[in-house]
Design a protein around this ligand. Structure first.
Ligand SMILES: *[C@@H]1O[C@H](CO)[C@@H](O)[C@H](O)[C@H]1NC(C)=O
Ligand SMILES: *[C@@H]1O[C@H](CO)[C@@H](O)[C@H](O)[C@H]1NC(C)=O
Ligand SMILES: *[C@@H]1O[C@H](CO)[C@@H](O)[C@H](O)[C@H]1NC(C)=O
Ligand SMILES: *[C@@H]1O[C@H](CO)[C@@H](O)[C@H](O)[C@H]1NC(C)=O
Ligand SMILES: *[C@@H]1O[C@H](CO)[C@@H](O)[C@H](O)[C@H]1NC(C)=O
Ligand SMILES: *[C@@H]1O[C@H](CO)[C@@H](O)[C@H](O)[C@H]1NC(C)=O
Ligand SMILES: *[C@@H]1O[C@H](CO)[C@@H](O)[C@H](O)[C@H]1NC(C)=O
Ligand SMILES: *[C@@H]1O[C@H](CO)[C@@H](O)[C@H](O)[C@H]1NC(C)=O
Ligand SMILES: *[C@@H]1O[C@H](CO)[C@@H](O)[C@H](O)[C@H]1NC(C)=O
Ligand SMILES: *[C@@H]1O[C@H](CO)[C@@H](O)[C@H](O)[C@H]1NC(C)=O
Ligand SMILES: *[C@@H]1O[C@H](CO)[C@@H](O)[C@H](O)[C@H]1NC(C)=O
Ligand SMILES: CC(=O)N[C@H]1CO[C@H](CO)[C@@H](O)[C@@H]1O
Length: 527
């Protein structure tokens, strides 16, 4: 595919900085006249002057027609005009393709004239592709791309053109006036994106997979401003920042970035979590089918709770705990591709999990012998609960378990606790709704670093806040991080090594419903 050529072409860049979006100077409300306005004119191969270190040849075989918006892209200081009715392909030595969709009869507003600017800094790459030696220099080249955004007032059908790889491509089901952003300017098309939530979760991936290339993306977390990529840009990771607001904002920023094409990317959420002793122990790694946002509820202070209630949480639209909600915000439940989840679990079958420290073993021994908590860590298929609140203790664990059960009509099995997954999944779902990502390519793994409730005979305050108990060793953070990486790695490797035969071609299609509680992506939910 086109981007493969591009991606190898950029293989040795050390850093790519994307500047924030910029408006251009178009006058609001004016209709842009065709740049070369003779209707029916055909334009053919045009060679542009050398721009910086790279040469670009623009080949257009187009037919112009009147009253069409003319998207323009600029390479350095050279403009490439895409004539009405056609698409332009910029062919440089590193094979950069930009295909545009041209829309008819649009009134262009300032909001629609979004210019994307990227500065690509780097070095010279020499490679042999198909017997031809190709030299690419990408040092200091400024690439500006205007993203064509269709107007809501457009009435004529769009003409053809083809955003890279089909994402954002006009599709029969999407009226042309709703295409808001194609990834026609995408520079990166990772096969796998590992999603971490904080520094410690990213370390093993970044170090062991040599994710040395930093790509700065506007609006990622100020603490984690880069996407990390390996040399050939097939594997990337990024870190959202902790809790729901960070996860939603960072995921949304990344998925919206015109630098990336995520249409075929597999997403591996890889983070540590609290665990239910019933299904997990310190060091277990869980793979979820359901993510449930339990914090989406009314809350009464514990002192106001009637004696016959177990806790002060009441689901929206209801009047006592544990009733099926009458109102959904839409983010409460996500169901993921079980088939893909099971593949990830199967691939981890031969991984030896670390038991962690002596003190982890002592902690396990305090739990009931009938519980998973008591035993050595395992890879477990079970589901996760999301809340900004970091809950602890038997009562709130019971609340979490009940809420996961209630929200999914008993379909989900509560076993892990974390603060981001429903937020990240909402962003991926929204991207999927507009063809920018595939919601069926998400795997959610959570490694258990601590328990959601104390063992019998330990006070919740001691369990939660006493330094002696909270130390990361006791809490099992390092065991969770180690196992999370070693259990997730076979999946990452599998995606890359079997890309053509299995993953690109969507071999692991879901047999279950996938999507949100509102059925935004279509289909009929089974819970
Ligand atoms: C541009 O025009 C549109 C359509 O009339 C209007 O909604 C929008 O507010 C205008 N924007 C500016 C910045 O004037
Ligand atoms: C229109 O295109 C023709 C053919 O490429 C070119 O000769 C002419 O200068 C262009 N006119 C304008 C106004 O750009
Ligand atoms: C760009 O074109 C010039 C003139 O044709 C040529 O000398 C040079 O090698 C080309 N540079 C690259 C990077 O292709
Ligand atoms: C573009 O036009 C040229 C000249 O007419 C022709 O040789 C070439 O085949 C055309 N290319 C395409 C893709 O149509
Ligand atoms: C432009 O040319 C096309 C193709 O010949 C034709 O269908 C269309 O009606 C023309 N438009 C105008 C405004 O003349
Ligand atoms: C589209 O453009 C043509 C040619 O300028 C014009 O006759 C027609 O009225 C336009 N349609 C709309 C809906 O603006
Ligand atoms: C981009 O446009 C060119 C020329 O029309 C075409 O050959 C190429 O297949 C298009 N790219 C994609 C991804 O369809
Ligand atoms: C990472 O780089 C080291 C040192 O160059 C190398 O030994 C190792 O194989 C690389 N690992 C991967 C996954 O590329
Ligand atoms: C890439 O980012 C990491 C932090 O995420 C930083 O430690 C490293 O120095 C950066 N590398 C380069 C080449 O800027
Ligand atoms: C972990 O502990 C279990 C017994 O609890 C033992 O069977 C297993 O071999 C240990 N694993 C490692 C990697 O030491
Ligand atoms: C352990 O088992 C006892 C008896 O079944 C039960 O009362 C207690 O709640 C359990 N403790 C934990 C921490 O699960
Ligand atoms: C399509 C294109 O621009 N090809 C150029 C690639 O670079 C070599 C020199 O390195 C030129 O000879 C080609 O014309």
């Amino acid at each position: 595919m086109l981007l493969t050529g591009l991606v190898t072409g950029l293989a040795t860049i050390s850093s790519v900085t994307a500047l924030p979006f910029r408006r251009n100077s178009g006058v609001n409300g004016t209709t842009i006249a065709p740049a070369n306005g003779t209707n029916g004119t055909s334009a053919t191969a045009t060679t542009l002057p050398t721009v910086g270190p790279s040469n670009y040849t623009v080949i257009t075989n187009t037919t112009t027609s009147a009253s069409m918006v003319v998207p323009t892209t600029a390479f350095g200081n050279t403009s490439v005009t895409v004539l009405p009715g056609g698409s332009a392909t910029a062919v440089a030595n590193n094979t950069v393709y930009h295909n545009y969709t041209v829309y008819a009869n649009q009134t262009v507003t300032q909001e629609q004239l979004t210019t994307f600017t990227a500065i690509v800094g780097g070095t010279t790459v020499t490679q042999t592709v198909g017997g031809e030696t190709i030299t690419t220099e990408v040092g200091g080249t400024t690439i500006e791309t205007e993203l064509p955004v269709a107007s809501a007032t457009s009435s004529l059908a769009s003409s053809t053109g083809n955003p890279n790889g089909g994402a954002g491509a006009p599709d029969a089901s999407v009226p042309s006036c709703q295409v808001v952003q194609s990834n026609s300017s995408a520079y990166f098309k990772p096969k796998v994106l590992i999603i971490n939530m904080f520094e410690k979760e990213q370390t093993a991936w970044v170090q062991n997979l040599n994710l040395t290339e930093n790509i700065t993306v506007p609006m990622l977390s100020p603490s984690y401003p880069h996407v990390h990529a390996n040399k050939n840009l097939s594997i990337m990771s990024f870190t959202t920042g902790e809790a729901e607001a960070n996860a939603a904002a960072s995921m949304t920023a990344l998925l919206s970035s015109p630098l990336f094409d995520f249409t075929e990317t597999y997403f591996l959420i890889s983070g540590i979590a609290g665990g239910s002793p019933v299904f997990t122990t310190i060091g277990s790694v869980t793979f979820a089918k359901f993510a449930v946002q339990i914090g989406s509820a009314y809350e009464l202070d514990s002192r106001d709770v009637p004696a016959n209630w177990s806790y002060g949480y009441v689901n929206y639209g209801t009047d006592e705990p544990n009733k099926y909600p009458k109102t959904w915000y839409g983010t409460e439940v996500f169901e993921l591709n079980e088939n893909l989840r099971n593949r990830a679990i199967a691939l981890a079958a031969d991984v030896t999990l670390t038991n962690g420290t002596e003190i982890n073993a002592e902690m396990r021994a305090l739990y009931n012998a009938t519980d998973a908590a008591y035993n050595a860590p395992k890879v477990v298929a079970c589901d996760t609960a999301t809340s900004d609140v970091y809950w602890k203790g038997v009562r709130l664990a019971q609340w979490a378990e009940n809420t996961v059960h209630t929200f999914t009509n008993g379909s989900a099995t509560y076993c892990s606790t974390q603060q981001e997954d429903n937020a990240s999944l909402e962003a991926i779902l929204r991207a999927a709704q507009f063809g920018l990502a595939d919601f069926n390519r998400v795997v959610l793994s959570r490694g258990i670093s601590d328990f959601d409730r104390p063992p019998a005979d330990m006070s919740n305050v001691y369990f939660s806040f006493t330094e002696e108990n909270r130390t990361t060793d006791r809490a099992g953070e390092s065991a969770a991080l180690t196992n999370l990486y070693s259990v997730g790695l076979p999946f990452v490797e599998d995606v890359v090594s079997n890309w053509d035969s299995l993953y690109k071609v969507n071999h692991f299609v879901p047999k279950n419903y996938t999507g949100d509680v509102l059925e935004t992506l279509g289909g009929k939910k089974n819970f």
